[in-house]
Design a protein around this ligand. Structure first.
Ligand code: ARG
Length: 548
């Protein structure tokens, strides 16, 4: 029984887990959890593995990725794109370019996700292609900084807009701690909901996706109506857009374009997130590419239309000087009611993005726990013992929790059949970043580290094509796709490195710290494996594996 809480690969060889000789699936990759519970001594895993309960449908995947991508960016970063691109026409081009770049990245990831249908995304791809160290370093950065950092940014923006909705323009003068407190409450709610039930999380996601599309569609329609009729809250006909010189003033400097592109890319960021949960799809090989090829064009189109609407409604000067473009938009058309409405929409959009990112971050941390990169408790499911057979669990539950499970749609697996500990860790780290609030550094870190790993992963796709041409790839993207992605992201990376050498150094040092930690974790894991293989007696070394 003391073996129960072993993380999956601490108890068997990582390599053979990732690349089993005797494949259990056509393409040679088995979902985490599956091959072990049927063979090794780890039958104790029982029902305690997420991937055994494949719950995600095409719609869930779509709302997950759309919900994550459409967050704050389209409502707040247009000014950064405009200012750096220099003209309205150029900024529309930047939005299109950013969208297409994200789409090429997502298509590349779809190929990898189909060939290696495991939870964890880049962690498993990098491990396979470049060796486990790279997979670990990705996880190290993603779990410690990238994931909680981006959640912190989104939740702070959500807080700001909620406060703005509550008290109007006064919000500019309130202490940042008020915004932060609201952000923390939002984070708490989202984490709690996602801990209670997987279905609850995905259902909320579905709801938010529709809301976001309707909001962006609304913005577009209003923009067109305003352009045609000249309607505005003040009653003065608003026809500024007729005087826009669409390409007048277009920037000619490569670095301005790079900055504009970065701002646009933030709004498109999150396209990689379905890959973290591939293992939980009912039909990953069919649905992953389908999700990506519906989500990306829809998002690109709605972003471009929303931007056109902004240009129709707002004078360029206002547009370029505001960080709350959407609220300005609402105010211009409908007055204070409009700004209230838009502030609410933006905060709801951020809340939805926070929900989606919490869902996937939880899975990433969970996989890291299972691989032994983190203490094994983070690779566990639920706050109750989900290793018991489901039937006995159901019998012991009281009527209230049964009813709740039914309402959430989780009768089969039960409540708290989620990576609870992983989500709590993620929420704690996010809260730290919210407190510290050093977003300048965080954003640069996100740009440099994030794009390094995007680049490496997509480069890995190309390498894998050469090295393993016969690997079964249910979905294959055009080879130009990863090549374009690699070239553009290399360009962006080099710009960031030269523009922010000091911040880049922070990234390098942080990644460097991950290297000794990797050897420490792996040495610990292998020793546990050796000991568990030799005799029945296992001296429990808590310092090695944490709180099991
Ligand atoms: N695209 C989102 C927004 O505009 C940000 C996504 C952040 N990335 C992430 N993996 N959570 O707000």
């Amino acid at each position: 029984p003391h073996n129960r809480s072993f993380s999956v690969s601490s108890a068997f060889d990582f390599q053979s887990h990732l690349f089993p000789l005797s494949s259990t699936q056509g393409n040679g990759y088995a979902p985490i959890g599956a091959p072990i519970s049927s063979s090794g001594p780890q039958t104790a895993l029982g029902g305690g593995s997420l991937e055994k309960h494949k719950t995600l449908t095409y719609l869930n995947g779509l709302s997950l990725i759309v919900g994550l991508i459409i967050g704050s960016g389209i409502f707040s970063s247009p000014s950064q794109v405009n200012v750096n691109a220099g003209s309205a026409g150029a900024s529309l081009i930047v939005w299109a370019l950013a969208g297409i770049l994200a789409w090429t990245g997502a298509s590349s990831y779809a190929e990898l996700g189909g060939a290696i249908p495991l939870n964890g995304g880049p962690q498993v791809y990098l491990s396979k292609i470049f060796g486990e160290l790279f997979g670990f370093l990705f996880t190290w950065c993603a779990v410690m900084v990238l994931k909680p950092g981006s959640s912190a940014i989104i939740s702070i923006i959500m807080g700001e807009y909620l406060v703005r909705a509550a008290i109007g323009a006064e919000a500019e003068n309130v202490s940042s701690w008020i915004n932060k407190s609201v952000a923390l409450v939002g984070l708490l709610v989202v984490t709690l909901l996602n801990c209670i039930s997987t279905r609850l999380g995905t259902r909320m996601g579905d709801m938010f996706m529709f809301m976001k599309f309707i909001a962006l569609l609304g913005v577009t329609v209003i923009g067109i109506v305003v352009a045609v009729t000249g309607f505005s809250a003040s009653g003065e006909a608003n026809q500024d857009w007729k005087t826009i010189g669409w390409f007048e003033g277009t920037s000619t400097s490569a670095s301005s374009w790079a900055v504009a592109l970065y701002a646009g890319l933030w709004a498109f960021d999150g396209w990689d997130n379905t890959n973290y949960v591939v293992g939980e799809f009912r039909n990953p090989t069919r649905d992953l590419p389908r999700v990506i090829h519906t989500a990306m064009p829809l998002v690109i189109l709605s972003y471009i239309l929303a931007n056109v609407a902004y240009f129709f409604v707002l004078p360029i000067k206002t547009l370029n000087s505001s960080n709350t473009v959407a609220v300005m938009f609402g105010n211009e058309v409908f007055g204070p009611i409009g700004s209230l409405l838009l502030a609410l929409i933006v905060s709801a959009s951020c809340f939805g993005a926070l929900n989606a990112t919490t869902f996937t971050s939880g899975r990433l941390v969970y996989v890291a726990g299972k691989e032994g990169y983190l203490p094994s408790v983070f690779g566990k499911i639920g706050i109750r013992n989900h290793d018991e057979p489901t039937s006995s669990r159901l019998r012991t539950r009281n009527w209230a929790s049964k009813l709740l499970a039914k309402l959430c749609g989780d009768e089969e697996t039960g409540l708290f059949f989620t990576p609870v500990y992983a989500m709590v860790l993620n929420a704690c780290l996010t809260a730290c970043y919210v407190f510290v609030g050093e977003f300048g550094t965080l954003v640069t870190f996100y740009g440099v580290a994030g794009y390094t790993f995007y680049f490496l992963t997509v480069l890995g796709l190309i390498i894998l094509r050469v090295r393993e041409p016969n690997l079964e790839r249910p979905y294959k993207t055009w080879i130009t796709t990863p090549i374009i992605f690699c070239c553009v992201s290399l360009f962006l990376l080099s710009r960031a490195v030269f523009a922010e050498p000091l911040q880049t150094l922070i990234v390098v040092v942080f990644v460097g710290i991950g290297v000794p930690i990797y050897y420490w974790r792996i040495a610990g894991r292998d020793q546990v494996k050796r000991e568990s293989g030799s005799s029945g007696r296992r001296g429990w070394k808590f310092w090695k594996w944490g709180m099991s």
